[in-house]
Design a protein around this ligand. Structure first.
Ligand SMILES: *Cc1c(COP(=O)(O)O)cnc(C)c1O
Length: 478
């Protein structure tokens, strides 16, 4: 299977190149040239599979024998999902008023990013060992990607990872999950800015084609195709848990930031899975504005309780447009050029209509909504939501109030993180939970990181670090 850029100039990359590339050299992001199709019979036959078994059916539709031999691929998937602490990988909670919650946070760093990144770590290890080549992974994180990526590659011989995190804008536990990994191949910067601020030096360095090639830089932000591919699995799993007879559509409510998660859902839908989506966002509402009225325009980032969704640039929107414009790369180039020049563009109505067939609704929630929803869910079920998941559940409660619980379409809320990761938010919602043993252990570990302060040249600091890391690898080798 070959991969093409959303901007139409870069074409025909292999899976291996697609996984290592991040942004394509024409500024776009990569998608497979065709989306594999499933039949309803196939889907029904999968209804009793475990999560890992299901992954072993779906992922080979994108990864050929030539890319990774099937048996090896199965081994990599086993290794990745064996890091999950729950035997079902993605268990369900069925709560009051038909509220279904799918928990995607039983990986190493307690957020759904672990699902994809544990696999991506395995893929990197496999390809790097095969090529005997050193790679540097760059990550700008709004919280959960950095820690999941670090866990996925810590201690690997052929990979170094450099993470930029927004200091003071993520929870203490999120920060500790990154700074407490004292491993020689892990390098963490705490940046005095928002996650969009720190994306800029990362994107600038990655778009320096010469530098990127020289240091074999790679990016596993949610633009990385492997993440999108792996995340399709939990949509199939969600669907089959809710509707094993496969005779109904299911609505999946997704706490949304950069749209990586919902993009994976859109791929699953294109493959033939009968699902529709709702994107729940916080006050950083570009996704909601874009979907409801085509207004793709950037504003300042507002800090909220759902910190992992405090972003203004939903990178994967470009891929969603590609899917629903039937690969109209000329249109996407025009929209993105306009956006890059003016920080805003207007999505043509024909395209917006197509997108709304998949993402049928959006929800914008305030911190008050988050607190009230966390409180209500606790009072009614004794169940604690993380602030991101609370936005999805807030939509569900809101819908129930408007139309009654049964509008015919069964639904699932995706739980993107464990509440244990966000004690600040839990406290704000008036819930007092004692920290788990895992939390106490984490907070007692020594930490290591460097700071990027206001007024310093972050891009230059990042370049210097990259040169140093390459040099160290050369020294280790000789
Ligand atoms: C990353 C993240 C999100 C947003 O996911 P996207 O794929 O960026 O839309 C939501 N909740 C949590 C907890 C996250 O870590």
């Amino acid at each position: 299977m070959k991969f093409n850029s959303t901007r139409g100039i870069i074409k025909g990359l292999s899976l291996e190149d697609a996984i290592f590339t991040g942004y394509a050299e024409d500024g776009g992001i990569l998608l497979p040239e065709t989306i594999p199709q499933i039949t309803l019979d196939q889907l029904k036959a999968w209804s009793s599979l475990s999560y890992t078994e299901l992954a072993k059916q779906i992922i080979p539709m994108f990864v050929t024998e030539e890319d990774i031999p099937r048996e090896t691929l199965n081994g990599l998937l086993d290794a990745a999902f064996s890091t999950f602490t729950h035997p079902e990988v993605a268990p369900f909670k069925h709560l009051k008023d038909n509220l279904n919650v799918m928990e995607l946070f039983h990986g190493k760093t307690w957020a759904f990013k672990d699902l994809a990144l544990s696999c991506v770590g395995q893929f990197y290890n496999y390809f790097c060992a095969k090529r005997k080549q050193h790679f540097i992974i760059l990550v700008g994180t709004s919280g959960d990607t950095g820690s999941a990526a670090i866990e996925a590659v810590r201690g690997l011989k052929w990979v170094d990872i450099i993470v930029l995190l927004p200091k003071g804008r993520i929870s203490e536990i999120q920060e500790r999950q990154m700074t407490s990994v004292i491993e020689d191949n892990v390098h963490v910067f705490r940046v005095d800015g928002t996650s969009d601020d720190l994306d800029r030096p990362v994107k600038n360095v990655l778009s320096d084609v010469e530098f990127k090639r020289q240091h074999r830089l790679s990016c596993i932000n949610s633009i990385n195709w492997a993440r999108i591919m792996i995340q399709t699995v939990h949509y199939f799993y969600a669907y089959l848990q809710i509707c094993p007879s496969c005779d109904n559509e299911v609505q999946i409510i997704v706490p949304t930031g950069a749209c990586g998660n919902v993009m994976s859902g859109c791929v699953a839908r294109k493959m033939g899975l009968p699902v529709q989506f709702v994107c729940a966002v916080n006050k950083n509402d570009i996704v909601s504005r874009t979907i409801s009225s085509g207004d793709f325009s950037m504003t300042e980032v507002t800090p909220t309780l759902a910190t992992a969704m405090d972003i203004q640039m939903p990178y994967n929107m470009e891929r969603i447009w590609y899917l629903y414009s039937n690969g109209d790369t000329k249109l996407i180039r025009k929209l993105m050029q306009e956006f890059e020049n003016n920080s805003k563009t207007q999505v043509p109505e024909e395209l917006a209509v197509q997108v709304r067939k998949a993402i049928v609704d959006t929800y914008v929630g305030s911190d008050d909504d988050v607190r009230a929803t966390m409180k209500r869910c606790w009072d009614e079920n004794g169940y604690v939501l993380c602030p991101h998941t609370a936005l999805a559940v807030a939509y569900y409660y809101d819908k129930m109030k408007r139309s009654g619980a049964s509008d015919g379409v069964p639904s699932v809320c995706i739980a993107t993180a464990s509440a244990a990761k966000f004690p600040e938010a839990t406290k704000a919602a008036g819930l007092t939970l004692s920290p788990s043993a895992d939390v106490i252990t984490l907070l007692s570990k020594p930490t290591r990181s460097e700071d990027m302060n206001k007024g310093e040249n972050w891009e230059e600091m990042l370049r210097k670090k990259i040169e140093e890391v390459t040099q160290n690898f050369e020294n280790r080798k000789t």
